[in-house]
Write a protein that binds this ligand. Sequence first.
Ligand code: NAD
Length: 250
Amino acid sequence: MDEIALIAEKIARGGRNIVFTGAGISTESGIPDYRSKGGIWDQFRPVYFDDFMRSRDSRIEYWRQKTGMYHDLVRAKPNAAHMAIHRLHEMGLLEAVITQNIDGLHQMSGLPEETVVELHGNTRRIRCMTCGEISSEEAAQERITAGDPAPECHCGGCLKPDTISFGQAMPAAEVERAVRLSETCDVFLVVGSTLLVHPAAGMPRFAKRNGAFLAIVNLSETPMDDQADVRIEGKAGEVLPKIVEALDRG
Ligand code: NAD
């Protein structure tokens, strides 16, 4: 049996199937990943959370970086890989997606909000770091375009995209839910992640330790490759639709 057919066969058993996604699933939607050549870390130096909170200059730099990424984000649409995962949901074969991504493309593919566990937040949402009010990225970007390089809330607090910066605490409820889902699943399918960023990268270990079938679809190596039951080196937008086709064929 080939690798695609084997993944499809495991998913078809109707157990708890988890898909875990990283930046690599969205590169085919035009959003660069972090670590590939030409990725975000080739262009920007990250702004740490404490610096963001302490210094207006850091906030200006942070928003300058976010504005660069925003232009990719507004153009981005879910690609064939996101749509294949949505199809798994329609077939009743998806327990949840755990994602490191902040682009909201899983929800845009049609997945219900409660099916997506966002470990690193969502950049389409802006949070006031003082009063907690949520607003939209469009509204913040309009203010930046109008000449305010680091917009503030009406309460005077700093506005920040609702994502987890370096040095910022992870969202406890989402991490707990992701651990629980990983520990209790039957199939854990990794798509487009280097599996280097913790605690997200620990999830496949929890799954494997509890006997799940671990499959990895990625363009480069990961530290979990030797523990995977199946590893496919290929583009998410090509491989995932093939898994769905194999399921459709029965
Ligand atoms: P990463 O950048 O570290 O790694 C991406 C991986 O995906 C690489 O191994 C690469 O080989 C692979 N890849 C690239 N294109 C692919 C494709 N078409 N098909 C299959 N694999 C492909 O990303 P990461 O491990 O997710 O982790 C880093 C962090 O980056 C996360 O914290 C996330 O919050 C953040 N991030 C998110 C986005 C987004 O939301 N789209 C974009 C960039 C970074």
